[in-house]
Design a protein around this ligand. Structure first.
Ligand SMILES: Cc1cc2nc3c(=O)[nH]c(=O)nc-3n(C[C@H](O)[C@H](O)[C@H](O)COP(=O)(O)O)c2cc1C
Length: 137
């Protein structure tokens, strides 16, 4: 199974509605493609992990890279995993971090990542949330 993680920057024009549409589409498509993962949006950046069979992961990632609702997509890791790390979720993409203000992105992401078995993957999502929380408003 392939697990791919990337970070990207939302288009300046991205609205809450756009973000909700991205989540809805992702849940629907990923469910059909047998993909699991986690998508965290902190209002500025997206951090997403996708895992599943290689071809659907690659196909989905190509579509994501071509999407003009974000830019500067940087692949952080690409590795094969024996078992799903995000399989605890029946369904694909998860959170949208608080879009406006800090909210409780740290608490939300900590709770969501509790079941991720691999420490580095868990730490990646948790430090992303803390980085955002540390920024001045
Ligand atoms: C940050 C971000 C994450 C996305 N994640 C997914 C995803 O996990 N799965 C997916 O199918 N599409 C995802 N998309 C949407 C795709 O870029 C594309 O719009 C969509 O797959 C097209 O699906 P449709 O042909 O069913 O409309 C994402 C887009 C963005 C900007």
């Amino acid at each position: 199974m392939l697990q791919l993680t990337y970070i990207s920057t939302a288009a300046p024009s991205l609205s809450i509605y756009d973000a909700e549409m991205i989540l809805e589409t992702s849940r629907r498509n990923n469910s059909h493609a047998g993909l699991t993962g986690l998508l965290v949006f902190d209002g500025t950046r997206f951090l997403q992990a996708l895992e599943g069979d290689q071809i659907p992961v690659e196909d989905t990632y190509l579509r994501i890279c071509a999407d003009t609702r974000h830019r500067a997509v940087v692949e952080l890791s690409r590795r094969s995993v024996n078992a799903r790390q995000f399989g605890g979720w029946a369904m694909a993409s998860q959170v949208i971090g608080p879009i406006i203000g800090k909210g409780d992105i740290v608490g939300t992401v900590d709770a969501l990542t509790e079941t991720i078995p691999e420490p580095n993957t868990r730490a990646l999502f948790r430090s992303f949330a803390r980085l955002r929380a540390a920024w001045p408003d």
